[in-house]
Design a binder for this molecule. Structure first.
Ligand code: NAD
Length: 297
């Protein structure tokens, strides 16, 4: 493809996503605060940059895949930010999960530089990032999305236009309420089953064919010996970090509060994910929330 791309944020998700774009021939320059993250992509043939601004120099498209709103703002604005280097007519695609007001604010800031912005957060975990099967929720101008579809199609299988700027992250937060609370429920189910002496493999077999079936269960039964690809097989290596799920539920709760919507179950689940960090589990996959429920045994 005849498109020059800057990719900023090479963590659990960004690294495999950038790798896919490189593999299909995009001219790619990458940046991350961690040198080892940059080195991995450089070894695969990407150009490297020490700042977001220098990564964005000459880029048609700048993609950010960063933890939260303040990180995206830091990478985009200010004298070392990507916007200072982007050409008018360029496109900024923020694929991070951040709050809708910040996303809309950054879209306005981009607009003042003549840059179009899409919020395009994803669902599907690191496995989906590696095999290009992510679900991408897009907010912004439909014509800009049409232009970007070939590129986004290398990263995701399902790409849905959700509305104007901020609509993608709004849908993503609604998704995270289900992902976060259902994982907590799966963990509780496994905790009770353990105390009752139920075989965890049998529980998986029955529930995945029953009314308790859900993505959290099918990808992350929280005990070893049930599913080869579950983070539980690998000491809860992420995957999706507990600290990021806590962040997403914080964003969902703040958004709900701003619209006077009460989310009691999300509130309770958020407390559990917050405790993961207090107990040194924040960098583990969010399915390690199970460990909080079974600690005394
Ligand atoms: P991560 O913590 O693994 O990676 C984030 C990367 O950003 C790190 O390498 C960090 O060094 C870098 N970074 C932070 N601030 C920076 C800055 N100012 N400039 C340059 N680099 C900076 O996170 P992740 O799991 O890759 O998630 C990224 C985003 O995608 C988050 O918003 C997360 O909620 C979302 N997300 C994650 C998953 C998942 O399964 N991991 C799935 C869907 C969405």
């Amino acid at each position: 493809p005849d498109t020059t791309v800057a990719f900023i944020g090479l963590g659990t998700m960004g690294r495999p996503m950038a790798g896919r774009l490189l593999a299909v021939g995009y001219r790619l320059t990458v940046h991350d605060l961690l040198p080892e993250a940059v080195d991995a992509l450089a070894a695969a043939g990407a150009g490297t940059a020490r700042s977001a601004r220098s990564a964005a120099t000459g880029a048609d498209v700048v993609i950010t895949m960063l933890p939260n709103g303040p990180h995206v703002r830091a990478a985009l604005s200010g004298p070392d930010g990507a916007l200072a280097a982007m050409r008018p007519g360029g496109v900024l695609v923020d694929m991070s999960t951040i709050d809708p007001p910040t996303s809309r604010e950054l879209a306005e800031l981009a607009g003042r530089h003549g840059v179009r912005m899409l919020d395009a957060p994803v669902s599907g975990s690191s496995a989906g990032a590696a095999d290009g099967s992510l679900t991408v929720m897009v907010g912004g101008d439909a014509a800009t999305l049409a232009e970007l579809r070939p590129l986004l199609g290398e990263l995701g299988r399902t790409i849905v236009h959700c509305g104007g700027n901020g609509a993608g992250v709004s849908v993503k937060l609604a998704n995270q309420i289900i992902a976060g609370t259902s994982m907590a429920a799966v963990a509780e189910s496994y905790a009770l089953a353990r105390s009752l002496g139920v075989d965890p493999r049998l529980l998986f077999e029955v529930v995945s064919a029953g009314s308790g079936d859900c993505w959290a269960l099918r990808t992350r039964p929280p005990v070893a010996g049930v599913l080869a690809t579950s983070p539980a097989e690998n000491d809860f290596r992420p995957g999706f970090k507990g600290i990021l799920m806590c962040k997403d539920l914080d964003l969902a709760l703040a958004t709900a509060a701003a619209h006077a919507v009460d989310l009691p179950v999300t509130h309770r689940a958020r407390e559990l994910y917050a405790r993961m960090s207090e107990e040194g589990l924040g960098e583990r996959d969010f399915s390690a929330v199970f460990a909080l429920l079974t600690k005394e045994e």
